[in-house]
Design a protein around this ligand. Structure first.
Ligand code: FAD
Ligand code: AMP
Length: 479
């Protein structure tokens, strides 16, 4: 038997590594087990987020957006560029360097905070025991008073489109293309499908997105989702709703995809196909038979509001439990669990977790949509403000989109903020903070915003809740 720990965390994604660092800071003797190997066989901390998720996708989104700006927008600003070309290899090398820096950074943070990094595959084999199989296949057993399972998630595969090297790929494959595909198919108009579709559309692919559902972004406020769909269409994304993919055939270097929509069966041919139909919890093999940690029918570890599993002392967090599959949600749960194990009171406010789609413009939201509120029988007052009427947006060449505040009609408490616009992902924090502090729309309306900023649109949307927007003809009568 090796060392005994206060806490062993399985998985070093944004859930697991944050738990481990926080726990060590609070004085707990902590280890974190990670099995992800880099191309040289060493450990790569950071999970999906740093290796094949949030960070590499944003590196490609930023590069491809700058390319479009240089190609299409600079002339209008008076900047002559000549022929703008994209070097895909260089873009990928930059992305890989960022990933390497960040994953290496986590290893450094473990050292600095006194977290013991254990390389290998962890398995809970008892209430207080974790077995680790290292990269050479050797096993060891480690004891801990508490265990946190933070094993994350993996892409869902669907039978109609089995992954086929270089032709039918998942999100990980779509971050590695060495050249811009000609005709690119994307299955799934979710967050990941739209982001990856945008990257390659910007670089010149003819992108078709096939989405089974009839609604576009049903989790976003209807008006904002409608705006977003229009904007992405204008950029050239061919988004086909109500189009369920039923089969595919690889013919030489092409993929023929069959799908069914309201008009019947159809076929479309692509040079590459990205399958982005969601992610599923990665819990296989993490819990040994005989350990009574309950999983639900979809494989998520069953947990209570404080991430306790059915076995005392064993917690689970992040993508492998219920709730949105987001890095910051995983980290928040990790902070909470570390605090609880250290004897402190802690909770996560699941009503105030922001979501962002990093397209251009970005889409960001927190809290309820107007539809959600209606379904729950809550009467709401809303205020919206278009970026077209915002001076900074004009100066920034970013007048597309709008911000919408949703407030309780009776109490004025902010229930949601939904934005489509440049920097929406940064601006959404205002709604999150307002909701965390139980603010009213009037609180935001009475707050001083710097001028000129995109955020002034949120100020104006809050003012518009009771018909007092300054730079817009209000639809409502002033009270
Ligand atoms: P993961 O990050 O999946 O980490 C789990 C870790 O556990 C992995 O490193 C895995 O190797 C390890 N592990 C699993 N089993 C074992 C075992 N038995 N032993 C040892 N180690 C094990 N989210 C956002 O919030 N913002 C974004 O912009 C965003 N963009 C994304 C883009 C893409 C293309 C993808 C695929 C995802 C994106 N996500 C984004 C989602 C985000 O990556 C996940 O929500 C987040 O990584 C979940 O964190 P986690 O710690 O729960 O799991
Ligand atoms: P998300 O879960 O946000 O990543 O989104 C995945 C999307 O893929 C959802 O909107 C699903 O409706 C969509 N989807 C799943 N299966 C299919 C399919 N066979 N054809 C088209 N779209 C699909």
């Amino acid at each position: 038997m090796a060392d005994k720990f206060d806490l062993i965390v399985i998985g070093a994604g944004p859930g697991g590594y944050v738990t481990a660092i926080r726990a060590a800071q609070l004085g707990l003797k902590t280890a974190c087990v990670e099995k992800w190997q880099d191309s040289k066989g060493g450990v790569a901390h950071g999970g999906t987020c740093l290796n094949v998720g949030c960070i590499p996708s944003k590196a490609l989104l930023e590069a491809s957006h700058k390319f479009v700006e240089a190609r299409d927008d600079f002339d209008d600003l008076g900047i002559a560029t000549g022929d703008v070309k994209m070097d895909v290899g260089k873009m990928m090398a930059r992305k890989d360097k960022i990933v390497k820096n960040l994953t290496g950074g986590i290893s450094g943070l473990f050292k600095a905070n006194g977290v013991t990094a254990i390389n290998g595959t962890g398995k809970v084999i008892g209430e207080k025991q974790v077995e680790v199989t290292d990269f050479d296949g050797k096993t060891s057993t480690h004891e801990a008073d508490n265990i946190v399972v933070a094993a994350g998630s993996v892409p869902v595969e669907i039978p109609p489109t089995p992954l086929t090297e270089g032709l039918i790929v998942d999100s990980t494959g779509a971050l590695e293309f060495d050249e811009t595909p000609g005709r690119l198919g994307v299955i799934g108009a979710g967050v990941i499908g739209l982001e990856l579709g945008s990257v390659w559309n910007r670089l010149g692919s003819e992108v078709t997105v096939l989405e089974a559902m009839d609604d576009f972004l049903p989790m976003v406020d209807g008006a904002i989702a409608k705006d977003t769909q229009k904007l992405l269409k204008k950029q050239g994304l061919d988004i086909r709703l109500g189009a369920k993919v039923t089969g595919s055939e690889v013919k030489g270097q092409e993929v023929v995809v069959k799908y069914a929509d309201a008009d019947g069966e159809k076929e479309i041919t692509f040079d590459k196909l990205i399958v982005c139909v969601g992610r599923k919890p990665y819990t296989q093999g993490v819990i040994a038979d005989g350990v009574n940690v309950d999983l639900d029918e979809r494989g998520f570890v069953t947990v209570d509001d404080q991430c306790r599993t059915s076995v005392p002392g064993v917690y689970a967090i992040g993508d492998c439990v219920r709730g949105p599959m987001l890095a910051h949600k995983a980290s928040e749960e990790g902070m909470m669990v570390a605090d609880i194990i250290a004897g402190q009171k802690a909770e996560v406010n699941y009503d105030a977790i922001p979501s962002v789609i990093y397209t251009f413009p970005e889409v960001a939201w927190v809290g309820m949509t107007e539809q959600d509120a209606k379904e729950q029988g809550i009467e709401v007052s809303t205020g919206a403000f278009p970026f077209a009427a915002n001076g900074r947006a004009m100066a920034n060449n970013a007048t597309e989109g709008s911000a919408k505040v949703i407030a309780d009609a009776e109490t004025d408490r902010i229930l949601g903020l939904h934005i489509v616009g440049q920097h929406a992902g940064e601006m959404i924090a205002q709604g999150v903070i307002a909701m965390e502090f139980g603010s009213s729309a009037e609180d935001l309306a009475l707050t001083c915003y710097a001028h000129p900023t995109m955020s002034e649109s949120i100020h104006e949307a809050a003012l518009a809740v009771d018909g007092h927007a300054i730079h817009m003809a209000n639809r409502k009568k002033r009270k």
